[in-house]
Design a protein around this ligand. Structure first.
Ligand code: PLP
Length: 370
């Protein structure tokens, strides 16, 4: 059997060769615990410090503003674990990942009010829409940088400003943004920002939370003094080193990445005989959702997998759900249950994109007849 064509890079990416080779010595030769005060432990600690500097520089932050986590979900849970004193209102965009939605639900269960801001038909959260739900009691506003279903890019600087005008904190889930957007924590003036290594060619199980200097957040896990007492637990040195290399490379190569993603996405969509790409006014090239009227998206994704194209209906975290992605519903996309998400990566070739399009054509045609 031929190797399937992987068009699900928004779910996860492979670890880059350079990233892997930077990490490997920390499994075997320099395997030491960075919390040990002896010379060998301090060698590992120096590698963690160096990686923290790289991560900070990549998003225009200071090393002291970076906390390593076990991934995007943990960083989100941390960012959304509390509210400033006397605040009882939270605003979340209606197109967030399940991790943010689950944290929003927890706020409701704890007696807070939560408002969901809808996107427009382009999948964009407008500042005016946000402003209409903000109140003096709003403590936290959460809007993702890049949507994981349609790739829409949110006006983060403008949204953060609107939140600050009422004295609320602004948190952005930038998990899908690292490859395709120049991330600048200072320029956008966000208070917290989450990223996840496995979306930009680092291993799974590593991420970070940026917390703006001066902002007081509670420790996420208690125990040892790791991460300046804010996130206890022995630091995963190889993964941290890997993420430092990967985020530096990703942010350096944003232009090149976007040019490649556009090329393969165009090669793919221009050969399709069926389907309507969900359009967004401002989007990344690497994520597209396509509605194939008359064909159930879940069935199509399974049929495509059997025919050698691996894609998905929505995020991997909500795979198995019978409902279409909330993002498409909120955007008012017709026949959202007929949508499939394709996402492209550094290793997607024009040839494989073209072959995938042909497989999609024959599979859709076959399912339409059934
Ligand atoms: N946020 C977004 C937008 C995502 O796409 C994902 C992963 O799919 C996550 C958060 C969760 O990140 P992790 O898999 O590192 O927990």
């Amino acid at each position: 059997m031929k190797t399937p064509i992987y068009l699900d890079y928004a779910a996860t990416t492979p670890v880059d060769k350079e990233v892997l080779s930077a990490a490997l010595p920390f499994y075997t030769q320099s395997f030491y615990n960075p919390s040990s005060s002896h010379a060998l432990g301090q060698k590992a600690a120096a590698a963690v410090d160096f990686a923290r500097e790289k991560c900070a520089a990549a998003i225009n932050a200071s090393p002291s503003e970076i906390y390593f986590t076990s991934g995007g979900t943990e960083a989100i849970n941390w960012a959304m674990s509390g509210l400033p004193h006397n605040k009882k209102h939270v605003v979340v965009s209606a197109i967030e990942h399940d991790a943010v939605m689950a944290c929003a639900k927890r706020f409701t269960e704890n007696g807070c009010d939560v408002d969901f801001v809808k996107p427009d038909e382009h999948g964009i959260i407008r500042a005016d829409a946000l402003k209409s739900v903000l109140r003096e009691s709003t403590g936290l506003v959460c809007v993702m940088t890049v949507n994981n279903i349609v790739g829409s890019i949110q006006p983060i600087k403008e949204l953060a400003l609107a939140a600050h005008e009422v004295g609320a904190l602004f948190f952005t889930d930038a998990v899908q943004a690292v490859n395709s957007i120049d991330i600048d924590a200072k320029y956008t003036d966000v208070d917290m920002l989450a990223v996840s290594g496995h979306k930009f060619y680092a291993p799974k199980g590593i991420g970070l939370l940026y917390v703006k200097r001066g902002l007081s957040v509670k420790p996420f896990m208690v125990g040892g003094e790791q991460e300046r007492g804010m996130r206890a637990g022995t630091v995963d040195v190889p993964s941290v080193v890997a993420m430092g290399v990967a985020i530096e490379m990703a942010q350096k190569n944003v232009q090149e990445y976007n040019a490649h993603a556009s090329e393969v996405a165009n090669a793919f969509t221009s050969l399709l005989k069926f389907g309507n790409v969900v359009q967004c006014e401002n989007k990344t090239a690497d994520i597209i959702s396509i509605v194939f009227d008359g064909v159930n998206g879940g069935r199509l994704a399974i049929a495509l997998s059997c025919s050698g194209v691996c894609c998905s209906v929505g995020s991997a975290c909500s795979a198995g759900s019978a409902t279409p992605p909330q993002t498409l519903i909120e955007m008012g996309v017709k026949n959202a249950d007929c949508a499939v998400r394709f996402s492209f990566g550094k290793n997607t070739t024009v040839t494989s994109a073209k072959t995938a399009a042909q497989i999609v054509n024959t599979t859709v045609k076959r399912l339409m007849r059934v």
